[in-house]
Unconditional design. Structure first.
Length: 301
């Protein structure tokens, strides 16, 4: 889920380009980052107050950790409802399905709920639950297991979601090699959404801008720049070729040639992705000349 920028750049200061605004949802408490909640809350508040705040989405939290999050937010003064302090913006991640939705919304009362990400094995059932329980001003994304999105399954799920107000969600990585889809599989999802005008978010494995092989694990990681550039494609072969590109120079040049209209189309499709590091993607963009170094975390410079 993406977050509307809340901290405008000061006059004369470098601004986050529209292509990257609200792109990076803060998944610091999830693997492989696994930052303790008590540390993640003040770190997130620091991100939201930094010069690069316009790039940062909400703090993502699983349903089972909302009590822990409330305690940490209260300690940081981020649950105030009387205007005396910031109110933490949270994205609810519900891996247990629709049964978690009602209790999670209740437990999230101390926060501003910026969105819901609901995992399910039945898209129809998930849409019905969201229609029943979700406040109308809260966006949601629906994730199905990748094994159910192969063949005709992908078409069926996307057709269900395109007739709803909800986005799709796709898992692009994890802590095992099998959690990473290859170019053809990811291209099928991206182009299926593009053909329908269906927005989506991604999660896991996209910490870096450019496709690469992790030297420590040997896992093949997609690059978030690859995904951004492939987001407007409706042809699976063309999308797969973009996803396979490993040259940061090539991808950066392609980004620089995007028109304002193309940027709008891309971001209306690919709305956000969860990353356990906010610093890594910003540092990558700065290294490629796509973001001012002033818009990267100070401690990394």
């Amino acid at each position: 889920m993406s977050s509307a920028p809340t901290t405008p750049a000061a006059a004369g200061a470098a601004a986050v380009p529209p292509l990257f605004q609200g792109l990076f949802d803060d998944a610091a408490v999830f693997p492989p980052g696994n930052l303790p909640v008590a540390e993640a809350v003040p770190a997130h508040l620091a991100h939201r107050a930094a010069p690069y705040a316009d790039a940062v989405g909400p703090l993502l939290c699983g349903a089972g950790r909302l009590g822990e999050l409330a305690a940490a937010a209260d300690a940081a003064g981020a649950t105030a409802t009387d205007g005396t302090g910031p109110r933490l913006r949270v994205g609810l991640v519900l891996p247990g399905g629709s049964s978690e939705l009602g209790p999670a919304l209740t437990a999230a009362a101390p926060f501003t709920v910026a969105g819901v990400e609901l995992a399910t094995r039945d898209a129809h059932e998930a849409v019905a639950a969201l229609d029943l329980l979700l406040p109308p001003d809260v966006p949601a994304a629906v994730e199905l297991p990748r094994e159910l999105l192969r063949g005709d399954g992908l078409e069926e799920v996307l057709d269900v979601l395109v007739d709803s107000p909800y986005r799709a969600k796709f898992r692009t990585g994890g802590v095992v090699a099998g959690a990473f889809p290859d170019e053809a599989e990811l291209a099928g999802f991206l182009t299926g959404c593009a053909q329908r005008g269906l927005p989506y978010k991604c999660t896991a494995g996209l910490h870096h801008a450019v496709r690469h092989t992790d030297p420590a694990t040997g896992f093949e990681h997609h690059g978030f720049l690859n995904v951004l550039l492939a987001a407007a494609e409706t042809d699976p072969k063309a999308a797969a070729e973009i996803l396979a590109e490993r040259s940061g120079t090539v991808l950066a040049e392609a980004v620089r040639t995007l028109t304002d209209r193309q940027v709008t189309v891309i971001r209306n499709s690919f709305t956000a992705f969860g990353t356990c590091s906010i610093a890594e993607p910003l540092d990558d963009l700065a290294a490629l000349g796509l973001l001012s170094p002033a818009l990267t975390p100070q401690e990394d410079r």
